[in-house]
Design a protein around this ligand. Structure first.
Ligand code: AMP
Length: 522
């Protein structure tokens, strides 16, 4: 099918052609005609499928007629992170270059006056993260009565980050008569319930494959002792033809440390994590996208949606805690038909995490040896070694740099830390999509153990936008029924931003001095 057959206007088609797309991706093929008809959509698709254009292109055409009034946007796109919001805004600029639509981008970490000016001009398209949108709303800077199209993107990510109550508040202020496009990579029951409430007779659109059938990520798994991870990473970077790469760490602190290490080794590296100021995040991302930074050390804030052309490598310096994060991380490479490479560094006691990933992607990640380093083997959860081989080759065991020899003989303790982690992708209640890669199948190396009982669910550690304190209103106690609701909410739906704000030295909004002890915990 061609883009011409989808019913898009000539100006939009022109922009698409100039972007270099020859044919629509499956989600575009399915969703665009439905959006143009004015119907609601329940889309099950992840980033990398061409999902953004599937709503941006028809929205441009729908909004081409009419003009926005000051502070009354005509459409609203909610995104969970600033990066994703900025990326959607870029998409509007690219595809809407032959249309005269006004756009406003409301994200945290950017000054209010500029955003207020954009709203004042009248926004045909408003792209926002929920926290910052509510800040503007509560300051009286925006009215949402004129929103005709609502897009809720990455709904499962919103859930994981604790944004759902904010999203519900926002949706409650919108006109009932509107078109709603709701996208989520996974559809756990709470997301489905939300969709049922927000959507009216939606058409369901599901795509299980990423944008291009040629997408190909060649995966590798390196098992090394904890104190050899840095050497392994450096050796891999040197031995591979790395054009540009993201190195993912599980913790913000490790991002900063590893960034310093890579720079010390003469590599052109940058860092990206949720504790950085927004200008610094934006600047780093722009430099990385422009090729001025070759290696980006990042937390999972960069795992989803980040669209960097032709990224050659992804390195998982840490095995992600959630297998879905693995899929998102390696999906940053091998995009748009290009071959990408991913290497994951695992320590011997991370067999469970590797098992979970391999189960999800339904393939065994081929083991890779790093010349000059000992190859370790994964341990079973009872401490026994399993799988093939033992230590081989290499130059012998290096002296431990960090941590002490564990009781099991491993070097260094299991990497458990009380340091807050970056947000994780949601735990899929139904299996997430297979790897966005045609993973190179490897012969079965390990004998898989019986599946272990599910772990205790971890409380998500969301990275939230800082809500600005409202300047004009007195702090308000919650109504008793709100408190009851709050208690009844599942943990994942509570609003953890309060904690985050405190971490950063801000006062909790709306509680005045009466901060309950459990919230004041540090
Ligand atoms: P998204 O899922 O929206 O993040 O898009 C993933 C990537 O696919 C982005 O780099 C888009 O530029 C690209 N893309 C979107 N639509 C198409 C298309 N029809 N043909 C080729 N690439 C596309």
């Amino acid at each position: 099918m061609s883009f011409e057959e989808l019913g898009l206007s000539a100006p939009v088609l022109q922009a698409v052609t100039e972007k270099g797309y020859t044919e629509p991706t499956p989600i575009q093929e399915k969703a665009i005609p439905i959006v143009l008809m004015g119907r609601d959509i329940l889309g099950c698709a992840q980033t990398g499928t061409g999902k953004t254009a599937s709503f941006v292109l028809p929205m441009i055409d729908i909004l081409a007629e009419g003009r926005a009034k000051a502070r009354m946007p005509r459409s609203l796109i909610l995104e969970p992170t600033r990066e994703l919001a900025a990326q959607v805004a870029e998409n509007f600029e690219i595809y809407g270059k032959y249309n005269k639509l006004n756009m406003a981008l409301l994200i945290g970490g950017v000054s209010f006056p500029d955003q207020e000016r954009a709203l004042e001009k009248g926004a045909d398209v408003l792209i926002a993260t929920p926290g910052r949108l509510l800040d503007h709303f509560e300051r009286g800077g925006i009215l949402l009565n004129d929103v005709k199209i609502l897009v809720i993107d990455e709904a499962d990510r919103m859930l994981d980050m604790g944004f759902i109550p904010d999203v519900e508040r926002i949706v409650a202020t919108l006109p009932k008569l509107r078109q709603t496009l709701f996208f989520s990579a996974t559809m756990p029951p709470e997301i489905k319930r939300l969709a049922d409430r927000f959507l009216s007779n939606p058409k369901e659109v599901t795509v299980s494959r990423p944008a291009s059938a040629n997408t190909n990520v060649v995966q590798g798994l390196v098992i090394v002792q904890d104190d050899q991870k840095r050497d392994a990473l450096l050796a891999l970077i040197k031995s591979q033809e790395v054009k540009n790469a993201i190195v993912f760490c599980n913790r913000k602190r490790d991002v900063a440390t590893l960034h310093t290490v890579l720079k010390k080794h003469g590599l052109n590296a940058g860092a990206l994590h949720g504790d950085m100021s927004q200008p610094a995040r934006t600047e780093t991302l722009e430099k990385f996208k422009a090729g001025d930074i070759q290696i980006l050390v990042a937390s999972d804030v960069a795992a989803r949606g980040l669209d960097v052309q032709d990224m050659s490598h992804v390195f998982n310096y840490d095995v992600p805690f959630s297998p879905e994060d693995y899929v998102h991380r390696i999906g940053r490479t091998g995009r748009a038909g290009k071959t990408g490479h991913s290497f994951t560094l695992a320590t011997p006691n991370e067999g469970d995490l590797i098992d979970a990933i391999q189960k999800l992607i339904n393939t065994t990640i081929p083991r890779v040896e790093v010349p000059g380093l000992d190859t370790a083997i994964l341990e079973a959860s009872d401490g026994r070694r399993r799988g093939r081989g033992g230590r081989r080759g290499g130059r012998g065991a290096a002296a431990p740099e960090r941590g002490e020899r564990s009781e099991r003989g491993g070097r260094g303790p299991r990497r458990e830390s009380s340091e807050p982690r970056e947000p994780r992708a949601p735990r899929a209640e139904q299996p997430a999509e297979a790897a966005p890669a045609e993973a190179v199948a490897a012969p079965a190396i390990e004998s898989h153990r019986e599946p272990r009982p599910a772990r205790e669910p971890r409380e998500p550690r969301p990275e939230r936008e800082h809500r600005e304190p409202r300047p004009d209103r007195a702090p308000r106690e919650r109504r008793p029924e709100q408190r009851a609701e709050q208690r009844a909410e599942p943990r994942s739906e509570r609003r953890p931003e309060r904690r985050h704000e405190r971490d950063d030295g801000h006062s909790p909004v709306g509680l005045g001095d009466h901060v309950p002890a459990f919230l004041a915990r540090r």
